[in-house]
Design a protein around this ligand. Structure first.
Ligand SMILES: Nc1ncnc2c1ncn2[C@@H]1O[C@H](COP(=O)(O)OP(=O)(O)OP(=O)(O)O)[C@@H](O)[C@H]1O
Ligand SMILES: [Mg+2]
Length: 362
C-alpha cells in the first residue's frame, strides 16, 4: 500500500493526474480488500467527483520546461483563474469581439474554403491592457493562456534558446490553448542583432515563416511596447493588429467609475469631483490610475478612515505625477485650486486652518 501512496505523491508533484487517479483507485481496492471499506469508499468518492474536470485541468497542461535548468519556459493560466474587472472602449471591444467571432466561426469558414489565421498583435504603451486583453480572450474562449516572455526566452541560456522556442511552439501546437508571446519585440532585436548566434537567427526566421502554419490551427497573440522595432515582415504575419492606447477622458471616467464601484468614497455621486479627478488623471495609463486609486484606498484603511475621500485621491494623483516628492505649500495650493476645501486640507496634512490660510494668502 505504501507503493501506491508514493506513486500518488509522485504523480501529484509532477502534475500527472492520470497517475494520481490510477494509483488512488488501486489504493482504494487494496484498502477494501484488507477490510477498510470506509476509507476505500471515501477515496472512490473523491475520484468520482473529479470526473467532470475540464480539459485544461488535464495532465496535458503542465508547463514546458528548459531541459537544463528545469525551469518553466512558459506560464499557464486557466480560464477559471482569470478574474477580470475590465472596461474597454466601444471601438476596442468591437475589435476584440471580431477576433473572437472569427475564431468561433473558424470551422464554418473553413468549410466554405476560407482560410482563417488566428493571430493578433497588440501594441501600445505599457500598462494599458495588452496582457489583460489576452486574458480576456482566453476567458471568453475558455482556453488556457500559455504565456512566454519572449525576451527572457531569447536571452536565456543561449544554447537552449532555439530548442526552447521550438519546444514552446510544439507544446502549444499539441493542445487546445492560446499562445501568448509577451515582449514580442525581442524577435526584432534578435533578428537584427549581428551578435546573435546564427542558429538562433535561423530559428527565429523559420518561426516567423511558420507563424502562418501555426495560426491555421492554433491561436497566437503577441504583445509589444516597442512596435518600432518590428519590421514589415513581422507585421504582415498577423491577421489582426490592434493598437492599445492610454485611456481618453471618457474612458478615464468609465475606468474610475469601475474602480470606485466597491469603494466607499464621496467622489462617486458627485459629478463635479468626478470630473476634476478624471481630468487630473489624463495622460496616465490604466495601470497608473489603478495604482493611484488602490494606494489612496490603502492609506485610508491604514488611517482608519471609513471613506476614501476626493482630496486623498487627488493628493495621490499629485504624488504619482511628481514621483512622490512634494512641497507642502505647492500641494496645498494645488488641492485648493482643484476644489478641495480648506478644512479638508487641514485634515489631510494635520495642520491648522491658520497654516492653510497663510499658505494660500501669504
Ligand atoms: N481596460 C482595462 N480595464 C480595467 N483595467 C485595466 C484595463 N487595462 C489595463 N487594466 C489594468 O491595468 C494594469 C496593467 O494592465 P496590463 O498588464 O494588461 O498592461 P500591459 O499593456 O500588458 O502592460 P505591459 O506593457 O507593462 O505588459 C492591470 O492591473 C490591469 O488590470
Ligand atoms: Mg503585459
Amino acid at each position: 500500500m505504501y507503493t501506491e501512496i508514493v506513486k500518488i505523491i509522485e504523480g501529484g508533484l509532477a502534475n500527472d493526474s492520470k497517475k494520481v487517479q490510477s494509483y488512488a483507485k488501486l489504493l482504494a481496492n487494496n484498502l477494501a480488500n484488507s477490510g477498510d471499506e470506509k476509507l476505500a469508499n471515501k477515496i472512490l468518492k473523491v475520484l468520482k467527483s473529479i470526473k467532470g474536470m475540464p480539459v485544461y485541468k488535464d495532465e496535458l497542461f503542465t508547463a514546458p520546461v528548459d531541459n537544463e535548468s528545469r525551469l518553466n519556459i512558459a506560464n499557464i493560466i486557466t480560464p477559471p483563474e482569470i478574474e477580470l474587472n475590465v472596461q474597454f472602449s466601444n471601438a476596442l471591444n468591437n475589435s476584440i469581439q471580431e477576433f473572437i467571432n472569427t475564431i468561433e466561426a473558424k470551422n464554418e469558414l473553413k468549410k466554405l474554403g476560407l482560410e482563417v489565421h488566428s493571430s493578433l498583435l497588440l501594441y501600445g504603451p505599457p500598462g494599458c491592457g495588452k496582457t489583460t486583453i489576452a486574458q480576456y480572450i482566453s476567458k471568453k474562449l475558455d482556453l488556457p493562456l500559455i504565456t512566454a516572455r519572449f525576451d527572457s526566452l531569447i536571452s536565456s541560456l543561449l544554447g537552449s534558446t532555439s530548442k526552447n522556442i521550438r519546444k514552446l511552439f510544439d507544446y502549444a501546437d499539441g493542445r487546445p490553448c492560446i499562445l501568448f508571446l509577451d515582449e514580442f519585440d525581442a524577435i526584432g532585436k534578435a533578428r537584427n542583432d549581428s551578435h546573435e548566434l546564427g542558429e538562433l537567427k535561423r530559428v527565429i526566421n523559420s518561426l516567423l515563416q511558420n507563424i502562418d502554419d501555426f495560426t491555421q490551427n492554433n491561436i497566437l497573440i503577441a504583445a509589444t511596447n516597442h512596435e518600432d522595432i518590428l519590421d514589415k515582415a513581422v507585421w504582415r504575419r498577423f491577421e489582426k493588429v490592434i493598437e492599445i492606447k492610454k485611456p481618453n477622458s471618457k474612458e478615464i471616467l468609465d475606468l474610475v467609475d469601475l474602480l470606485l464601484k466597491d469603494i466607499n468614497t464621496d467622489v462617486k455621486d458627485d459629478q463635479k469631483k468626478l470630473a476634476v479627478l478624471s481630468h487630473e488623471l489624463e495622460n496616465l495609463s490604466h495601470s497608473d490610475i489603478k495604482k493611484i486609486i488602490r494606494t489612496a484606498m490603502t492609506k485610508s484603511v491604514i488611517n482608519k478612515q471609513t471613506t476614501t475621500s476626493f482630496e486623498s485621491l487627488l493628493f495621490e494623483t499629485y504624488l504619482h505625477k511628481n514621483n512622490s516628492i512634494y512641497e507642502l505649500e505647492e500641494v496645498v495650493k494645488y488641492l485648493y485650486e482643484h476644489n478641495v476645501s480648506q478644512s479638508a486640507i487641514t485634515n489631510i496634512f494635520n495642520i491648522s486652518i491658520r497654516q492653510v490660510r497663510n499658505i494660500l494668502n501669504p
